[in-house]
Design a binder for this molecule. Structure first.
Ligand code: ADE
Length: 239
């Protein structure tokens, strides 16, 4: 069984969307990972297909109904997969969490819309709330795509070179307990562009000097842009 993402959404037509482009699309065609959607509206108990209702206690907007969402979840074969509700109130999604989910059998993703989801869903089913960042989207669909893309590219065989995975931003370097660093800058042809030249050391053929320079550059850019990553240590994602 390939790694499987099942997305519960009111907008199944937006999937796979960009997930079918390029290397991830080819990998899906080769059954290295799989994607299916469930239309939450199919579980509506009225002719209009509405799955939301006004909040108890009053206030703006509509809240997605716990009974219909539970029915949608209960209709699928979840197996050992985590059930993840995309929400700005969730735990932050990061590379550790992506690697954690990529190492399992897949994910079940629930995309919220409107003002939110009835809080009882997280009591009635084993739900993990995950946020892709500190901003509010109109719904969980794009968040689900972000999560799927970050995980699917870590599945063995999806991306050619294991080295390109281990050297990229947010992944630790040689020392697994060392700091997380942003990636060093890259250069390619042409050697001159509008008076801008490629750093001399990259043309030197001295592999050790290149490695040292890249490490220094990675540290410098991380210190400047993301000082929070330095000394952050490694945390473990258990859920
Ligand atoms: N839905 C709305 N905002 C979101 C966010 N920041 N992350 C995940 N899902 C969301």
């Amino acid at each position: 069984m390939p790694w499987q993402a099942t997305v519960l959404t009111l907008f199944p037509e937006v999937f796979p969307g960009p997930l079918d482009a390029s290397v991830l699309g080819r990998a899906r065609a080769q059954d290295l990972w799989a994607l299916d959607t469930v239309n939450i509206r199919d579980f509506a108990d009225n002719d209009y297909g509405s799955v939301d209702a006004p909040p108890y206690g009053g206030g703006a907007g509509l809240v997605m109904r716990v009974d219909l969402l539970a029915a949608a979840l209960d209709s699928i074969d979840i197996g050992e997969r985590p059930i993840i509700l995309l929400s700005p109130r969730g735990a932050p999604f990061d590379q550790e969490r992506a690697a954690h989910y990529a190492g399992g059998p897949g994910v079940v993703l629930l995309c919220g819309r409107y003002e939110g989801v009835d809080e009882r869903l997280a009591r009635a089913r084993p739900i993990i709330e995950v946020s892709i960042g500190d901003y509010v989207l109109a719904g969980g669909e794009i968040g689900a795509m972000v999560l799927i893309e970050a995980c699917a590219r870590l599945i063995p065989g999806v991306i050619g070179s294991a080295q390109s995975l281990s050297e990229e931003s947010y992944t630790s370097s040689a020392d697994p307990n060392g700091p997380r660093l942003l990636e060093y800058p890259q250069y390619t042809k042409p050697r001159e562009f509008e008076g801008l030249s490629v750093p001399e050391v990259l043309l030197s053929g001295d592999h050790q000097a290149v490695a040292r320079w890249r490490r220094e550059q990675a540290e410098a850019v991380t210190k400047k842009r993301r000082p929070d990553l330095i000394g952050a240590g490694h945390k473990k994602t258990n859920d």
